[in-house]
Write a protein that binds this ligand. Structure first.
Ligand SMILES: Cc1cc2nc3c(=O)[nH]c(=O)nc-3n(C[C@H](O)[C@H](O)[C@H](O)COP(=O)(O)O)c2cc1C
Length: 213
């Protein structure tokens, strides 16, 4: 009898401990996970130096490829760069390419750390040309952004670096190092990192939504 009671107590303690660990991992919310994450998300452009752990990146990427996609053909390729050395080298080439252009003053502000809006990890997303490439990769990206939000990791969608990587002599070396398959073009990137800012929500125009009776 005593042994049964001890076993029950041990199981209960383990379950409570597990529950507390899961709860401390998730943001508290009355609305619940996904809605809370959607409402709390902002584009983040200032991060701490703390790198995003590989196991968290793995989970974010796994959530990305769980997105709905046309006929489940999974026509996307993702490349993850969390090497500070790569990011800094690419940024140095980019900075050199905009020297003495009107962009330099606007971009190279005192907050500038790197060309990926200061992210410590960047996921590059490529797809073959096709009617649904943007839809597939957009859904994939938002899944990753919301998964990151849930894990306390900030993000910013990045179209800006694509031009440098795809259309400049200085950027080509870095695009090639991403090693996308033939026929795949870089669509956009998403920067990730631990947020070091809490921007206000940008207003949204609800008049864009209409019910048709
Ligand atoms: C396709 C796409 C490209 C973007 N490119 C950039 C970019 O190059 N640099 C940047 O700072 N933000 C970029 N953003 C982020 C938008 O500026 C941001 O989502 C928008 O201003 C709304 O703000 P919020 O994300 O905080 O709600 C991009 C967003 C999308 C969806």
């Amino acid at each position: 009898m005593k042994q049964i009671v001890i076993t029950i107590l041990l199981c209960a303690t383990a379950i409570i401990g597990l529950r507390m660990a899961i709860d401390s991992y998730r943001p508290k919310s009355e609305e619940g996970g996904v809605i809370e994450a959607i409402k709390a998300r902002r584009s983040i452009r200032k991060y701490t130096d703390k790198p995003v752990e590989r196991e968290k990146l793995d989970l974010i990427l796994e959530c990305g490829i769980a997105a709905p996609n046309g006929m489940n053909r999974q026509e996307w390729e993702l490349r993850v760069v969390d090497s500070k050395e790569w990011i800094d080298r690419c940024t140095a080439a980019y900075v050199k390419s905009i020297e003495n252009t009107p962009d330099a003053e606007r971009i190279l502000t005192p907050d500038f750390r790197n060309m990926f809006r200061n992210a410590t990890a960047v996921v590059f997303i490529a797809a073959p040309e096709g009617q649904y490439a943007g839809v597939n990769c957009g859904l994939l990206g938002e899944n990753m952004i919301l998964a990151a939000q849930e894990l306390g990791i900030g993000s910013c969608c990045l179209g800006g670096p694509v031009r440098f990587l795809t259309s400049s002599d200085e950027g080509r070396e870095f695009l090639e190092s991403l090693d996308f398959s033939d026929g795949y073009g870089l669509l956009y990137a998403i920067g990730f990192g631990y947020p070091d800012e809490q921007p206000e929500a940008k207003p949204r125009d609800k008049s864009k939504i209409r019910y048709i009776e």
